[in-house]
Design a protein around this ligand. Sequence first.
Ligand SMILES: [Ca+2]
Length: 313
Amino acid sequence: MTTPIIFDTDPGIDDAQAIAIALVHPEIELLGLTTTYGNVDIDTATANALLLSELAEQEIPVAQGAAAPLVKAKHPAPAHIHGGNGLGDIELPEVQGKALSSSAAEFLVEQVNARPGDITLVAVGPLGNLAAALQLDPSITGKVKQVVIMGGSIREGGNVTPVAEANMFNDPHAAARVLTAGWPLTLVGLDATHRCVLSPQDMDRIAAGQGRLGKVLADSYGFYSDFYRQFLGIDGCCPHDSCALAWLMRPDLFTTARGHLTVVTEGFAEGQTVFAPEGRPFLDERWSATPSVEVCLDAQGARVVEWIVDVLS
Ligand SMILES: [Ca+2]
């Protein structure tokens, strides 16, 4: 039994690690990569998605998507974290392939309709592509098997503002639509990903196990972990996006709860994910008016990292 997924991504160094997992895990069937701006601009995101598949010697369809947020102005890409090229400014081989002519949203809608009930969408960047797919064909909410989102924060606080996680902050209007669309959804946010630290020794094992792809992962990791050391005092990095796949394949390593999410779209708290646990009464019903979803509250960090390294070595 394999798990068919479409991986929506803004690669990005931790995205690249997760894409590698999706490419090599024997029980994951990677139907396609859909790209969005976020860690990098959209053209760079698409080039990196093509390149990573080529380094793994696989031909994976890549569909290009959102170049900017739905409503708010776009912030500059965080080159100090991911490098100007999204992969730590290391020298990269030439990309051979080309993106599909269909957009990310069209690709998502077409694939989900072709295999109703089968496909899991895993999204690890700003959520414009999923929002556009919902607008194109609202019926996909009843046809996806599952939606797994890396983003948001329940009790952990934010990483780009005191309350907002980067993917939610980058396009809060898209996030608000996607998280409240009424499909089977799990949010894997900072409460889980901050429990996981990929150490330099872990990356050595991955580099040894993945050939040319492993070298790109290891070299870009060096740039990313410099940021973690300098700004956060951590020797290693949080493999945020890989945690979404870890949850999908090993949900036993995570603590979850059900409830209702509201995404703040404007003002000081823009991008904050507000969680109202199921069954808990509040002052009025508006916090619990959105559809029920699942959120991660914690993860067994060391075991998640062990899973990542095992898959990639
Ligand atoms: Ca990402």
